[in-house]
Design a protein around this ligand. Structure first.
Ligand SMILES: [Zn+2]
Length: 387
């Protein structure tokens, strides 16, 4: 494509995004009441049959099945079947983009260079209206899902840049598995108390911001003393974030995806059971609080889990992601999805922003956020996003 054509395309894309934002202003009208707190819980790779196979293995019911409003979320990105970066971008920034991209749009493309613009994410929207914000995940801190809520990069693999941005993101707490490249001095200089274990998290003074890089397992209690199970971290994070002005918290169970990539149904069920406990913890808080919405969904399904009609048993049919609709379950509002219906994943981010009481434009793209000139190798694949 000629440079002039590229320029035209980038202008058209920017215009399309602005127009879609006008449409989202109308969306605010159908959501009359905001709430104090929103907790968004993402079971990475969690399809409907991940739940069914977990129950078949454990013989136990799941709390998720008791949530009052149950529908589905569509997951495709502009690449087709999504990855966790484009999935996270949809759930946090409200845009459909290409895989690997984390909440950015590339414009003014010249040669193999471009200006990279940031989309506003849910964490930023909550911060803009004075709410506390938190991210808790069983993944490394720079994993694609937590990164979608705390960083902007055109490529998910840029772990050092993502970590740097997270440290400067203004988030009140970010508790994750250690990605091995965190400079604790930098973290502390940015105003966080740095923690590497559950007991160090417990020792964080009241009112202090905290950044935890856990070396043990978060996906479940595996019996090691170093473990910091997701449900316990979720409970502690909510207690830290709860305040008069409210909070936004994203909790991710990343290992439903990771173990399904490995076709390990036993560990997948263990990770999903822990995620389910984390959901129960959040809903118990919401019930007591009376002013909190809990949204549970997934970025995509992993493993193509299918009930074999002959053996009557579940089985994996792939070690990758699939495009099947994923569960979308809510406590505290029936406005996002009707029972059994499916909505686009980008509506989750838009709904969360409105319910938090954010009255600015969301989803949002602004030239003020186009600050970084970058050389891009995969520019043709990273430039477009659709609202
Ligand atoms: Zn995956």
């Amino acid at each position: 494509m000629k440079n002039s054509s590229k320029k035209l395309l980038s202008i058209a894309l920017a215009l399309a995004i602005v127009l879609s934002c006008l449409a989202c202003a109308a969306y605010a009208i159908v959501i009359p009441q905001d709430v104090k707190n929103v907790i968004l819980m993402i079971g990475d790779g969690m399809g409907e049959n991940s739940l069914e196979w977990t129950k078949a293995q454990t013989g136990e019911p799941l709390f998720l099945d008791t949530m009052p409003y149950q529908g589905y979320s569509k997951t495709d990105s502009l690449s087709g079947t999504t990855d966790s970066a484009a999935g996270g971008t949809a759930l946090s920034c409200g845009y459909h983009c290409f895989n690997s991209n984390l909440c950015t749009l590339s414009i003014n493309i010249k040669g193999n260079g471009a200006t990279v613009c940031d989309f506003f994410n849910l964490t930023q929207a909550a911060q803009a209206i004075g709410k506390k914000t938190g991210i808790v995940t069983s993944d490394d801190n720079s994993g694609a899902t937590p990164a979608s809520f705390s960083a902007h990069t055109y490529k998910r693999e840029l772990a050092a840049e993502i970590t740097e941005q997270q440290i400067n993101s203004g988030v009140d707490l970010l508790w994750a598995h250690d990605n091995g490249i965190i400079d604790s001095a930098k973290v502390e200089k940015a105003g966080f108390v740095f923690a590497t274990t559950m007991s160090e998290i417990d020792a964080v003074p009241e009112g202090s911001r905290s950044f935890a890089a856990i070396k043990g397992n978060i996906f479940a209690d595996t019996g090691s003393e170093a473990d910091a199970p997701l449900s316990i971290l979720t409970e502690k994070a909510i207690a830290r974030l709860d305040n008069d002005k409210g909070f936004f918290l994203m909790v991710e169970g990343a290992h439903i995806d990771k173990f399904s990539h490995a076709n390990n149904e036993k560990n997948m069920a263990m990770a999903l059971t822990e995620f389910d406990k984390a959901v129960e913890t959040a809903v118990e808080f919401a019930k007591d609080d009376g002013n909190t919405i809990v949204i549970v969904t997934a970025d995509h399904e992993t493993g193509g889990i299918t009930l074999n009609p002959e053996t009557k048993e579940y089985e994996y049919t792939t070690d990758g992601h699939t495009g099947t609709d994923v569960p979308l379950r809510l406590f505290g509002s029936d406005e996002l999805v009707k029972d059994g219906a499916a909505v686009e994943n980008i509506q989750v981010a838009r709904f969360a922003a409105k319910k938090l009481g954010y009255t600015g434009r969301f989803p949002s793209f602004s030239y003020k956020l186009c600050s970084r000139q970058l050389r891009l190798k995969d520019i043709s694949k990273t430039q477009a996003c659709i609202g």
